[in-house]
Write a protein that binds this ligand. Structure first.
Ligand SMILES: [Zn+2]
Length: 253
């Protein structure tokens, strides 16, 4: 029997009385577990198995395709947002879905757990949701080892320098990042796709990479939205599909 703290990232009814929950635990990574009796009024889980809830959990971990078994849970905190903060609510659902899509069972990542819980608290109260969402996505890509290449050409490796801030930059998803003008020409001839991004978008990405927090105010809302768009597409490309909850966050500008 193991014990850990966790966030409920998915919860589905399994039977009249039971639930199947996907938990992201701090020390054990993702669990897919059955909570027998979880739908009963009186249950050993303190009715704390709603999505986005943070809990302390006791479980029996199983290998392979067998579901883990939850035996007990205690509520740490529920995720609550104000009625006017739909954006924060959708963003929270979205990052929970991303964590589920980007992680495997039995592969712990305490840093990602801490990032998830930190952003959930931020989304519960902040107004700068897009900013934190873009930051989360980039850090998630880092944890996954598939972050975009931003400091050199992702194709030929040439060091990247921007001479003119008005210059547009080529970003090629299949190469994994920005590419130089020469490589863009070759891509064009080969009919391989790339997009054009503003230097400001690259600045935002670099800013997130270096984590200089006190410069936040210099980032415009527009540049953050552009960055988020780029990261969303990059994530969709890597997953091979669009996460279900992504369409909800796209409504907010
Ligand atoms: Zn190149």
């Amino acid at each position: 029997m193991e014990n850990d703290e966790a966030v409920v990232i998915r919860s589905v009814d399994f039977s009249e009385t039971s639930l199947i929950v996907t938990l992201f635990t701090r020390r054990f990574g993702k669990l897919e577990a059955i909570a027998k009796g979880g739908r009963r009024l009186k249950n050993p889980f303190e009715s704390a198995l709603d999505i986005l809830t943070q809990i302390n959990v006791t479980f029996i971990q199983k290998k392979n395709d067998t579901l883990d078994i939850l035996t007990e849970s205690q509520l740490i905190r529920r995720f609550r947002v104000g009625q006017s903060n739909l954006h924060g609510l959708y963003a929270a659902y979205y990052i929970a879905e991303l964590v589920n899509l980007f992680t495997e069972r039995n592969s712990p990542n305490p840093r990602l757990y801490d990032l998830l819980t930190e952003k959930l608290s931020v989304f519960a109260k902040t107004e700068s949701v897009n900013y934190h969402l873009a930051q989360f996505e980039l850090q998630l890509l880092h944890e996954n080892g598939t972050q975009p290449v931003l400091d050199r050409c992702a194709e030929c490796g040439k060091k990247f320098e921007i001479d003119d801030p008005r210059q547009l930059i080529h970003f090629k998803q299949s190469a994994g990042g920005i590419i130089c003008g020469k490589c863009a020409e070759i891509s064009r001839d080969l009919k391989q796709q790339y997009t054009l991004i503003k230097t400001e978008t690259l600045n935002v990405l670099n800013f997130f990479e270096k984590e200089i927090i006190d410069q936040t105010k210099k980032l415009t809302n527009e540049s953050i939205i552009e960055t988020l768009k780029l990261l969303n597409n990059f994530i969709n490309y890597q997953l091979g599909s669009q996460p279900k909850t992504q369409k909800f966050i796209k409504q907010f500008k």
